[in-house]
Design a protein around this ligand. Sequence first.
Ligand SMILES: Cc1cc2nc3c(=O)[nH]c(=O)nc-3n(C[C@H](O)[C@H](O)[C@H](O)COP(=O)(O)O)c2cc1C
Length: 461
Amino acid sequence: MTRPRKQVILGAYLGGVNHHTAWWDPEAGSQIDFSTFEHTARTAERGRFDFFFLAEGLALRERAGRVFDQDIVGRPDTLPVLASLAAVTTHLGLAGTINATFNEPYELARQLASLDHLSGGRAAWNVVTSFDAFTGQNFRRGGFLPRSQRYERAAEIIDTIRTLWDSWDDADIAADPATGRFLTRGDAGAFSSKGNQFDVHGRFTVPRSPQGRPVILQAGVSPEGRDFAASRSDAIFSPYGALPEAAEFYRDVKARAVRFGRRPEDIKILPSASFVLGDTEAEAEELYREIRSQQVNGKTALILLEQIWNRDLSAYDPEGPLPDIDPDSEAPPFIQGRALVHQDRFATVAAWREIAEAKKLTLRELVADRFEHGSFVGTPQQVADRIDSFVQNDGSDGLIVGSHLVPSGLDGFVDKVVPLLQERGSLRADYTGTTLRDNLGLPGLSRNPNRERDDPAAAAG
Ligand SMILES: Cc1cc2nc3c(=O)[nH]c(=O)nc-3n(C[C@H](O)[C@H](O)[C@H](O)COP(=O)(O)O)c2cc1C
């Protein structure tokens, strides 16, 4: 039996605090102006994307104690941006990356349920746990939770927030012709939640939102992160945009979801990916090389490498070989505020030396190669073919697509690649659902969880 064609889920990633954004390009716009967010969101909606996506950086990055000039620095807070975008879009989901380590459940539950109301059911939360005490110092003395407790806190915060969201039933508010509205249940909004991290009880102030529960994404790839996503999230934002790692990750997370009693399709795997288009393949390849050498110039390459080596490498030639000294695992962090996905410095350095040797790469070329997580490069037809086959062959359920150029980077994708995906039936011609949850094909939720729990028979009727 042939499997039905999967619909490619698309998220639009607006680049933020990282080296992917070519902010020095003369065509690059502001990273802060509302017009940048608005243009990207409207373009994504024109391309029938499922959602707009913002990453989050809670600290300015530092090198040896000073802010450095190779990244975007500074940007507005996610939730007000998404709330503003709700007013200029109609169907597009609005996904914000928000930290689970530094926030309180009551305030986050209120903010996300409010965004869900204001947008008519389009809110999504990408849960991150953060990576360093340096960032945490902005929030509290000592800065951090031990690594082992970050996912415990993340799991508890989600469970608590869900308790808050579920504290209201749809039927708690009824229309009354005379007064407009009235409450039908005296204990509407009542909640109580106790665990190792939180002990809260009271009444939640926001009535049940259109999605009931805003969509939950997660980003983080350790075994703890995968289990957290497999047990609690609707989607996972992964760094694996290329085979074979992508397919392995896909299988692993879906299998974990099944172990948690869920169906494989209940969790969507969405890697980050970028694209470069050309009229011919050769032109696209040339453009890709140009963009890549801008994104990872010599200075950026050294900074990215300093994060792994944890020492000053400024004396090394980016066009020469990798540094011949060992990393320093004892010294305080040389680069602060950037997620370190390579936990074992010595193993990473050993592996990278082998790759550089085998592929005959300079220091800069090696960094460009290792920090590349999935680019679709070619003519629009080739890019559409490759994206579709990546998804149909279970590399993922879709992509969170970013571009090196803000805010116009997505235009070419929407004008040229989207129609080809639609032609082959892999992308909807128009939105089919009213909420983000519907559009993503996620399971529906009870509208009256309390009534259902107290009286299943009555609730079903
Ligand atoms: C694809 C991806 C995107 C991420 N985006 C962010 C982000 O925008 N902001 C942030 O603070 N952390 C971000 N993180 C960091 C994670 O929240 C997490 O702290 C880090 O990956 C360590 O967790 P892990 O050991 O489970 O991977 C991201 C991680 C991944 C893998």
